[in-house]
Design a protein around this ligand. Structure first.
Ligand code: GLY
Ligand code: MN
Ligand code: MN
Length: 484
């Protein structure tokens, strides 16, 4: 936890000192501009989520920090993004998020009271923080923009708000056992003594992640919006492919075109955009994006818009840069497409999480065997003791999706990796083949071809709904779309 102090008001080495006369001049003549805030759309959902957490840990104090700013260099920070568990339980949105805020669920006789300790709006009075608004480059209103007043926070989020100065006393008072989402804010970790049960904090992490496995209707709505923005971004890229083909760093043209849509429609991208042309597509997380996009190559674009609510899409299309697949590219593409079709068919309530991956890998292994690439054949390669086909697939075929692109990562294996799909789960299905340019086991015409096809699905009562179905996926449809 860090609170504002006079030391923080020291501006950068390149700023001139504030004279006493100027400080005095700053002190007067400001209108009262506080407002009545509207409740944020998800506040009622966040209250239900907090109630679920409260019921799980009666009598215990629960501390969920948002995290602070990360320094980029000297006095320049990266843009702030609160920890996902914090955002989920407060319904805070990107445009209002405040660094260093901490949600405390304080045990009461009947459950918990939620209190958000946060920086209030910069004061402009004669108090100790009165100069913050024009002198504090991390928190001052004239440096970083207006924050809500505490009353506005209470109205917007529907919970009690208190100034951060009171947090230390609140966390060190009383005798209730305390669980903390550790690793988010070092000062909070240091302040709160360890729980008697050494696994207590991990359990809190896991419960908060598992609370996000099944998305409520608000969340599905936000994910649908994020997917729709992302589909629009892929459309922008398709329209600008001729420019990408002409620029020596065409991959950057693609990235910048998509990222413009992400910033216009939402908070930004949910992860670094992967714009990989030619053999770069064989690198799973190619984010250097500094290569050309050449006529005759494939372009793999893996990108997602993160909405202002932090929910993100995660979609991949592999496009022929000039609009037409070559025969070899088409052969690889069609196999990945068939694998994805099999995987999508395996996404339904009651199926195991691993089923859709296994369905995709069976199709891939049989295809690779048909091409004569698997010594010992498909069945032997599919044996978990072997897995030879994985030389060409590298990674698994999907993950939960939500506020984090790899959502619910702290959920226990029995509820996620070894668990069963339920209505409201949202996940990606993204098989791929990555045929390295220097892989001598491959016929020459297949070397350097990388294909991934990734869609975002919500599990329904009867099967699944592909949220990204409006973006063409099958090879002929892709070619027709690019021609249009
Ligand atoms: N873009 C990261 C992934 O697809 O998982
Ligand atoms: Mn993904
Ligand atoms: Mn992806």
């Amino acid at each position: 936890m860090s609170t504002s102090s006079d030391a923080r008001f020291v501006t950068g080495s390149h700023d001139l000192p504030i004279t006493p006369a100027l400080a005095e001049f700053f002190r007067h003549g400001w209108a009262d501009t506080n407002v009545t805030a509207e409740p944020v759309p998800a506040s009622a959902y966040a209250a239900k989520r907090r109630a679920a957490v409260s019921a799980r840990f009666p009598g215990e104090r629960l501390v969920i920090p948002s995290g602070g700013l990360k320094v980029r260099s000297n006095d320049c920070d990266y843009a702030f993004r609160p920890h996902t568990a914090f955002a989920h339980l407060t319904a805070e949105v990107a445009t209002e998020a405040v660094p260093e805020a901490v949600l405390v669920l304080e045990p009461t006789a009947s459950g918990h009271e939620a209190v958000l300790y946060t920086h209030p709006r910069s004061p402009r009075d004669d108090g100790p923080l009165g100069a913050q608004f024009y002198r504090d480059r991390r928190h001052g209103e004239l440096w970083v923009g207006r924050r809500r007043a505490l009353e506005e926070t209470e109205q917007a989020l529907g919970l009690a708000a208190a100034p951060l100065e009171r947090l230390e006393a609140a966390l060190t008072s009383g005798r209730a056992p305390v669980r903390v989402v550790r690793g988010v804010d070092e000062a909070i970790d240091a302040l709160v003594p360890p729980h008697a049960d050494e696994h207590a904090d991990h359990e809190l992490h896991a419960v908060l992640a598992e609370l996000r496995l099944v998305k409520d209707e608000y969340e599905v709505g936000q994910l649908t919006a994020a997917v729709d923005f992302t589909v629009a971004g892929f459309g922008d890229v398709a329209a600008e492919l001729p420019f990408a083909l002409r620029h020596p760093r065409g991959e950057r043209w693609v990235e910048a075109t998509f990222n413009r849509r992400a910033r216009l429609e939402g908070n930004g991208t949910g992860y670094e955009t992967i714009a990989a042309a030619g053999a770069h597509a064989c690198v799973l997380h190619w984010i250097r994006n500094d290569g050309p996009v050449r006529d005759g190559e494939l372009l793999l674009l893996d990108a997602g818009v993160e909405a202002d609510s932090f929910y993100t899409a995660d979609i991949t299309r592999t496009l022929p840069a000039n609009g037409r697949f070559t025969d070899a590219q088409r052969r690889v593409y069609d196999l990945v497409y068939a694998a994805q079709e099999a995987a999508i068919a395996a996404v339904k309530p009651g199926a195991r999480f691993r089923d859709f991956h296994n369905a995709a890998m069976r199709v891939i292994a049989e295809g690779l065997d048909d091409w004569g690439l698997l010594p010992g054949g498909a069945e032997a390669a599919l044996d978990p003791e072997s897995g030879l086909y994985r030389r060409y697939t590298l990674c698994s075929s999907g993950h939960m999706l939500g506020m984090d692109v790899h959502d619910c990562a702290k959920a226990r294996a029995e509820t996620y990796l070894d668990g069963v799909l339920e209505p409201g789960h949202v996940l990606t299905v993204e098989p791929g083949l990555y045929l390295q340019p220097d892989d001598l086991t491959l016929p020459e015409e297949l070397r350097g071809i990388g294909v991934r096809i990734e869609d975002d699905l919500v599990v329904t009562e009867t099967g699944s709904l592909n949220l990204s179905a409006s973006l063409p996926r099958q090879a002929d449809e892709l070619e027709a779309w690019l021609a249009g």
